[in-house]
Design a binder for this molecule. Structure first.
Ligand SMILES: NC(=O)c1ccc[n+]([C@@H]2O[C@H](COP(=O)([O-])OP(=O)(O)OC[C@H]3O[C@@H](n4cnc5c(N)ncnc54)[C@H](O)[C@@H]3O)[C@@H](O)[C@H]2O)c1
Length: 265
């Protein structure tokens, strides 16, 4: 089940976090993984029997070059995971330096667009693209607007590409994680309130997701078991999008409504 033997897979941003967990999962399922990242991933590639290439996803020629090299080497590209991303500035649409915001847009949306275009130009029927979006691409979070607008773009691009590539037998989906415990959060935003609030708003888990929980969703979407799933934005969010959690409402009201209402009795 969910086996990927004989398949070739590119994972951008595969050197760290969700990308690294995805590389490990897809490789364990039998895929040959090609990591495209600006961070060196040679050790990981050797460990999983894949390859690591320096590739800046904001450079369309570099992304096309990575895709073409994969096709030359393995005969085809079966799986493209457009995952590379940066948190970018985190004070707000007005407060943040627009140059820094646009630079993040270039990675978070432009990089995915480059990957979708490059993969779509060579893929054959049965191939699949998965983009890493975010819950910040499904609802708004104050403070991370530059990040969020890119992620809304990734969800939109996923749906447009799905209807355009669908007739050619290529599926395009995306995952929308809540806050995930990765270096992106740890290094850039350990105590960022926007990240902590996502965890508070989740319905049944008041913690960050793990990279492997997101990689598992990506694994499902790239597998043949998801052959009927196309143009879908899969929330990996602990129920965040379902509505405000009891703990969130209690914190807002300063009242123990769970006890008062007896909802859990
Ligand atoms: N961590 C979270 O809370 C969270 C939540 C939702 C979505 N995401 C998304 O998941 C994806 C992976 O993030 P992560 O949390 O694993 O972060 P991470 O920082 O652990 O990994 C990101 C990887 O992307 C690479 N990268 C950055 N800019 C690049 C570029 N221009 N070209 C090529 N590679 C580049 C980095 O070198 C790194 O290896 C991102 O798209 C991120 O927006 C993360």
């Amino acid at each position: 089940m969910f086996m990927l033997e004989g398949k070739s897979a590119i994972v951008t941003g595969g050197a760290s976090g969700i990308g690294e967990a995805t590389v490990r999962r897809l490789a364990a399922a039998g895929a040959t993984c090609i990591i495209g990242d600006i961070t060196d991933a040679a050790e990981l590639a050797t460990e999983v029997g894949g390859e690591a290439h320096h590739c800046d996803v904001t450079d369309a020629d570099a992304v096309q070059g990575l895709v073409d090299a994969t096709v030359d080497r393995f005969g085809r590209l079966d799986i493209m995971v457009n995952n590379a991303g940066v948190l970018g500035p985190g004070r707000g649409v007005l407060a943040d330096d627009p140059a820094a915001g646009r630079a993040a847009l270039e990675v978070n949306l432009g990089g995915v667009l480059n990957g979708v275009r490059a993969a779509g130009s060579v893929m054959e029927p049965g191939s699949v693209i998965v983009n890493t979006a975010s819950m910040a691409g499904v609802v708004g979070f104050p403070g991370i607007g530059w990040y969020g607008m890119a992620k809304w773009g990734v969800v939109g691009l996923t749906k447009h590409a799905a209807v355009e590539f669908g007739p050619r037998g290529i599926r395009v989906n995306c995952v929308c994680p809540t806050g995930v415990d990765t270096p992106m959060v740890g290094v850039e935003a350990a105590d960022h309130w926007a990240v902590r609030s996502q965890s508070l708003m989740n319905q049944h888990v008041t913690r960050l997701a793990t990279a492997d929980e997101v990689a598992a969703a990506i694994h499902y979407l790239v597998s043949d078991e998801a052959s009927m799933v196309n143009g879908h934005a899969l929330a990996v969010d602990g129920g965040l999008a379902a509505g405000p959690s009891v703990q969130f409402i209690e914190a807002a009201l300063g009242a123990a409504i769970a006890d008062e209402s007896g909802i859990f009795e």
